[in-house]
Design a protein around this ligand. Structure first.
Ligand code: ZN
Length: 135
C-alpha cells in the first residue's frame, strides 16, 4: 500500500460512515439540487449546502453512538410514515368491501365489512363496544 492509501485508510478508521439517514439525505440533497436549477433562490442553496455539510459531518464523525441514535430516530419516523402510507393504500384497495373506523376508546384503526346501516362494533384490542354508521 502506498503512503496516500495508508493515510486515507487511517483517516477513515473509526469513522461512522454511511447509514439509512445518510442515504435519505443524499436523495434529498439531489432533489433540492435539481430544484435549485429551476428555482434560483439563495435559501434553497443554503439548505442544499447545510444538508451536504451535515452528511459529511455524520459520515466522518467519530461519535458513533450519537450518530446511531440519530439514525434510529430517523428510522422510527420513516416507519411511521411508511405505515400511514400503507394504511391509505389498503383503505383505497378495499374501499368497496370494507370501511375503516377509529375506536373512540383506544384510537385503534379497525377494518370492518361494509354493510349499510347502524351497527355495534366491539374493538378487538380494548373489547369496548361503539356504534358504527355505514352509508
Ligand atoms: Zn379500542
Amino acid at each position: 500500500m502506498n503512503k496516500f492509501m495508508y493515510k486515507m485508510a487511517n483517516f477513515f478508521q473509526g469513522r461512522y460512515g454511511i447509514d439509512e439517514l445518510y442515504k435519505f439525505l443524499f436523495i434529498l440533497f439531489w432533489i433540492i439540487a435539481i430544484l435549485s436549477l429551476f428555482i434560483r433562490n439563495p435559501i434553497i442553496y443554503l439548505i442544499e449546502m447545510l444538508i451536504c455539510v451535515f452528511m459529511f459531518f455524520r459520515a466522518l464523525s467519530r461519535n458513533i453512538y450519537k450518530r446511531q441514535n440519530e439514525n434510529m430516530k430517523y428510522l422510527k419516523i420513516r416507519d411511521k410514515v411508511k405505515g400511514k402510507i400503507n394504511l391509505q393504500k389498503r383503505k383505497w384497495a378495499d374501499r368497496n368491501t370494507h370501511i375503516y373506523r377509529k375506536c373512540p376508546n383506544c384510537k385503534a384503526e379497525i377494518r370492518l365489512p361494509k354493510k349499510k346501516g347502524k351497527h355495534v362494533c366491539t374493538c378487538p384490542s380494548c373489547k369496548k363496544d361503539f356504534d358504527v354508521k355505514c352509508r
